[in-house]
Structure formats: structure tokens, C-alpha cells
Design a protein around this ligand. Structure first.
Ligand SMILES: [Zn+2]
Length: 416
């Protein structure tokens, strides 16, 4: 094993130990006392249940990550990559097809390895805590739809990237960047209209008191009501949620039907206000800009390493190929990827604070917003006090107590 091999192995292990340490700390540091803030909305028994849910989910993810790490390292050290390359080469000579098959098989097996974990998570863990509504039939159709979409969307992109690096010389990274930028933008744009409806039904909210309350608020902040939909989240889980997605004509706020069943119109207005906050503050566009910049950097660095002999030697590969370079660079890049995902979470948490602020400012009832936040977290059995390392590395939303604290500060600032 050469220096590339050592760097990649060290990076894989560091990432694994860092994330696992955060997981274990998170469980170890759980406090037996219910936070004062939650005394009015959560019983001690419910608090205990949320802790055991956190514990089970966390240990489960440790087991899954350990298993995946072992499989990758064993596959690598037993010469899995050159063996697969040989097998694919016997089958075809054309580099683009070879590359597509090589990468396709690796991705397929990566998905296959995760499958038992997803089955256990859905039908055992979520079931045990009373969340699961997914039937085996829904699970299977979801699986095939996802597989189909990855082939339809992923295959042309992989072929495009391979073709550019194969034929376009030193500007290949630039063409890949343009291709990637187009793909990200177009996908974000069409997903709410074409892709999400493949998985869920989105229906306009029916006439009534709720619709009136929501549309009154939407009008007050100049948001088009026709972009608010009810999504049949209850098809898969009783968990409650809402989100904002897309941009331009295809922007959309989805309120889960599970949410509508449990919250009154006033409470739902606060949830809607938070989602409209994401729209008004242009969080989706900012996310796209960030990923476009990130892709540019990644493709450029990739162009420096994609034909690096040492990288191939580290994986015992005889032939230097573009598709091999793509896969091995992916592994070399994984520590940077961890860094990027931490940065993305950081941005996402800032967006959450910003949307909270928008909601509180436009509705003017901070206490109601805090009550809804509390209720949401208690019902979904969220970890009320995650360990700071866990929250820093993995949380896309700030811990609930931090959000409440921020809202109280706002309230004092504006004296409302
Ligand atoms: Zn949000």
C-alpha cells in the first residue's frame, strides 16, 4: 500500500471514529431529568420513550456504519476493484460502457448492503415506537421507483462525466461543472412537479376554517396560496413534518396530512410561516449556489488526480481508466466530503434560525411558536438535548432548546 492508500484508509477510519464517537457521546450524555422547558408538554414517561428511541436509532446507525466500513476495507484489500474491472473488461471493450457498468455495479451493491438496514429500521424500529405505516408493498414500490430514477438520472450523468474526462482534454472539469450545474438546477426545478408526485399525493387544501387562516397569513406576507399543498405523509409514517422546496414556478410548501390531524389552525399558521420564511429568505437558491461552487472545486481537484498512477496502485489496479479514477477519487475525497457536509449542516441550521425569525416577526406570537416547536419535538420523539458534537456534525436543524432560546432573545429584543 502506498501513500494514497494510507491517506484514504486513515481518512475512512478518522471519519468513522469521529462520527461514532459523536453517536456514543450522544447516548452516554443523555440526562435523566426532563428539561424544565418541556415540563408542561411532556410527561416523564414520554421523555423516557424519546430517550430509548434515540438510543436504539443511534446504536443501530453505529452497527450499520461499522458493517459498511468493514465491507469496504475487506473488498479493497482482497483486490475487489481489479477483480471487478477484469470481469467487466471480459464483457465489453468500449470504455464508456465499461465505466458505466463498473460504477453501476459498485453503486448497486452499495445500495444492496444498506437494504437490510432500511428494512429493519422501517419494520422493526419505527414499528416498535408506533411510527411506521409503510407496508411491504409501499416499501418495494418506493425501492423500485428510486432505483429507476437513479438509472434514468444517474446513468446519463455518469456517461457525460466519463466522456468529458475521456475526450475533452484539460477543460474536462469545466464541462463537467457545467453539466453538474445544469443537472442540479433542472432537478431542483422539476422535482416538485415531476419527481415528488411519484412518491406522494399532493392535494390543494380544502375550503374551510384552516384554509382561510392560512391564506389570510399567506396574503399578509405576499405568498401565493396556490403553492401550499397537503402531502399524504401518513402513507409511510405517523411522524409530522412540513417543508419548502423548489423555486420559480415550481416552488411548493408541503404540509403533511399527519400535521393537519394534530394541530389547530393557529398552530398551523406558525408552521406555514416558518416554511414561507425559507422561501422569502431564498434558502433554496442559496443551497443551489453552494452546491454549484462545491461541484466546481470538486471537479477541478478531481481533474488533478483522475489519472494519478499512485491512486490506482493503492487499489491494486493495473490499468489506468477514467472510471477507476472517478471511483478512487471519490474515496480520496471522502474526508473533504465530511467537511462539506458539516458546512452544509451549519448553513442549514442558520437557515432554520432565519426562518424561525421570519415566522416570529410576521406572526408576532413568539410563545405560540415555541409551543408548536415543543409539541413537534415531543411527538416525533426527537432527542431534546443532543450532545454538542453530535449536533455540530450531523444536525441539519438546531437542537430545539437552542431554537427556543433564540426566539426568547428575539422576543426581548422587540419587547413583544
Ligand atoms: Zn425549516
Amino acid at each position: 500500500m502506498n501513500i494514497y492508500g494510507i491517506v484514504i484508509l486513515a481518512a475512512l477510519l478518522t471519519e468513522y471514529f469521529l462520527l461514532t464517537a459523536a453517536d456514543i457521546l450522544s447516548v452516554r450524555s443523555m440526562k435523566s431529568q426532563l428539561p424544565d422547558e418541556f415540563r408542561d408538554v411532556c410527561s416523564y414517561a414520554a421523555y423516557k420513550t424519546s430517550q430509548s428511541y434515540t438510543k436504539v436509532r443511534t446504536y443501530f446507525s453505529v452497527i450499520e456504519n461499522t458493517f459498511l466500513l468493514i465491507v469496504i476495507i475487506v473488498f479493497w484489500l482482497l483486490g475487489g476493484f481489479p477483480k471487478l474491472d477484469e470481469a467487466v473488461s471480459r464483457w465489453t471493450d468500449y470504455p464508456l460502457v465499461k465505466g458505466l457498468v463498473f460504477i453501476g455495479i459498485l453503486m448497486f451493491f452499495r445500495g444492496l448492503l444498506g437494504l437490510p438496514f432500511r428494512i429493519y429500521s422501517t419494520f422493526v424500529i419505527e414499528e416498535r415506537f408506533g411510527f411506521n405505516k409503510t407496508t411491504p408493498r409501499i416499501f418495494l414500490t418506493d425501492l423500485f421507483k428510486t432505483l429507476g430514477l437513479s438509472v434514468i438520472i444517474g446513468a446519463p450523468l455518469i456517461v457525460g462525466i466519463l466522456a468529458f474526462f475521456e475526450h475533452a482534454g484539460s477543460y474536462a472539469w469545466l464541462y463537467c461543472w457545467i453539466l453538474g450545474t445544469l443537472a442540479v438546477t433542472v432537478l431542483q426545478y422539476v422535482a416538485p412537479a415531476w419527481i415528488m408526485p411519484l412518491f406522494n399525493k399532493f392535494t390543494p387544501l380544502e375550503e374551510g376554517e384552516l384554509r382561510n387562516s392560512l391564506s389570510r397569513y399567506a396574503r399578509s406576507v405576499k405568498f401565493q396560496f396556490r403553492d401550499i399543498y397537503v402531502m399524504d405523509g401518513s402513507k409511510r409514517s405517523v411522524k409530522t413534518n412540513a417543508y419548502f422546496t423548489g423555486f420559480g414556478r415550481n416552488k411548493r410548501i408541503a404540509l403533511f396530512d399527519t400535521l393537519l390531524a394534530k394541530y389547530n389552525p393557529d398552530e398551523l399558521v406558525t408552521i406555514l410561516a416558518h416554511e414561507i420564511g425559507h422561501y422569502k429568505r431564498r434558502h433554496i437558491e442559496q443551497g443551489i449556489i453552494f452546491s454549484v461552487i462545491h461541484m466546481g472545486v470538486m471537479f477541478f481537484v478531481m481533474s488533478l488526480f483522475i489519472r494519478e498512477e499512485g491512486l490506482f496502485n493503492a487499489f491494486f489496479m493495473q490499468n489506468i481508466t477514467v472510471y477507476g479514477g472517478l471511483v478512487f477519487f471519490g474515496l480520496l475525497y471522502s474526508p473533504l466530503d465530511l467537511f462539506v457536509s458539516i458546512l452544509l449542516n451549519l448553513i442549514s441550521r442558520a437557515h432554520e434560525y432565519s426562518a424561525d425569525e421570519f415566522a416570529v416577526r410576521t406572526i408576532g406570537v413568539p410563545d405560540r411558536f415555541i409551543d408548536v416547536l415543543k409539541k413537534l419535538h415531543v411527538e416525533n420523539l426527537s432527542n431534546l438535548q443532543p450532545h454538542p458534537l453530535q449536533a455540530f456534525l450531523k444536525y441539519s436543524h438546531p437542537p430545539v432548546l437552542a431554537r427556543i432560546k433564540r426566539i426568547r432573545e428575539l422576543k426581548e429584543l422587540h419587547g413583544s
